[in-house]
Design a protein. Structure first.
Length: 282
């Protein structure tokens, strides 16, 4: 009988000790990192453990499939996807699957281009953001790679944020990085110009084709309201006449990639901090 009481006492002590360890882990110990930041690769059980208890932020790359001079047709998706992978750990977010198609009607005539009408694109984008809100994310960061999507995404973001009581940030990286472009290249950029070419060159250098490039392939964008041509006459559109031609310089590409991503990460963290400070939808 005495041995049984001793064994019971030992068992109780062990259980209490384990409970104390578990309690300490819950209160103070760091929670384990996810096995991957990409939602495509997570099983549903791990996702359930992570969101929203451990992770409240999701990065959503959105792009288009359209011509970009002598760089990939998928540039507008490649860029925000690479951006998301680079900053996900810094902002403690998961990465949603990329929406690779967008609205690019003025370039639809070029080989390989795919354009989705707004009547289909906007509701689909809204469903994506709404579902991400439903799964428990509070901070939805849209990394947009295509200017033709911007107006529709802004409207969609407003509807979903107000309806689902979540916080949504839509980022147009090339505009946010305007000063970085001028710092790295000492001039303005362009669609498929020095800035966009450099960023994608840092990601997929084997799919950049300077041997196909000629300066006459580039045209300055017309002044606002001056004229409108469909299809566009050039897939390299310079923001300013005489500036923004691709350089194909690998050192500039690496520098630009790093500086742009640092800027995006800083914006995301600052925006979330300000949302939290205001007490919005916590």
């Amino acid at each position: 009988m005495k041995q049984q009481r001793t064994a019971s006492a030992v068992l109780i002590a062990v259980l209490l000790s384990c409970g104390g360890v578990a309690s300490a882990q819950e209160k103070g110990a760091p929670r384990p990192s996810p096995t991957t930041r990409e939602m495509l690769l997570l099983c549903w059980q791990e996702f359930q453990e992570l969101v929203p208890a451990r992770i409240r932020t999701v990065l959503v790359p959105m792009g288009s499939h359209e011509p970009h001079g002598v760089i990939p047709n998928g540039t507008d998706s490649i860029a925000p996807e690479a951006m998301a992978r680079d900053i996900a750990e810094r902002v403690d977010g998961l990465i949603a699957p990329t929406l690779n198609y967008g609205m690019t009607a003025s370039m639809k005539a070029f080989p390989g281009a795919v354009s989705i009408g707004e009547e289909a694109y906007a509701p689909f984008a809204e469903e994506i953001l709404g579902n991400l809100a439903d799964t428990g994310f509070k901070n939805i960061i849209v990394l947009n790679g295509h200017g033709g999507n911007t107006a529709a995404l802004n409207r969609v973001a407003t509807r979903v944020a107000n309806r689902s009581r979540v916080r949504i940030l839509v980022v147009n990286w090339w505009t946010l990085a305007d000063d970085i472009t001028k710092d790295v290249f000492k001039e303005n950029g362009g669609h498929a110009g020095n800035n966009e070419t450099a960023y994608v060159q840092a990601v997929v250098p084997g799919h950049i084709h300077p041997e196909r490039y000629k300066p006459e392939m580039a045209s300055p964008n017309p002044p606002a309201g001056a004229f409108y041509a469909v299809p566009v006459t050039s897939t390299i559109g310079l923001y300013e006449k005489g500036q923004g031609y691709p350089t194909f310089d690998s050192a500039q590409a690496k520098e630009y990639f790093r500086k742009v991503n640092d800027r995006i990460a800083a914006l995301v963290l600052d925006t979330i901090q300000k949302w939290d400070a205001a007490g919005f939808y916590r």
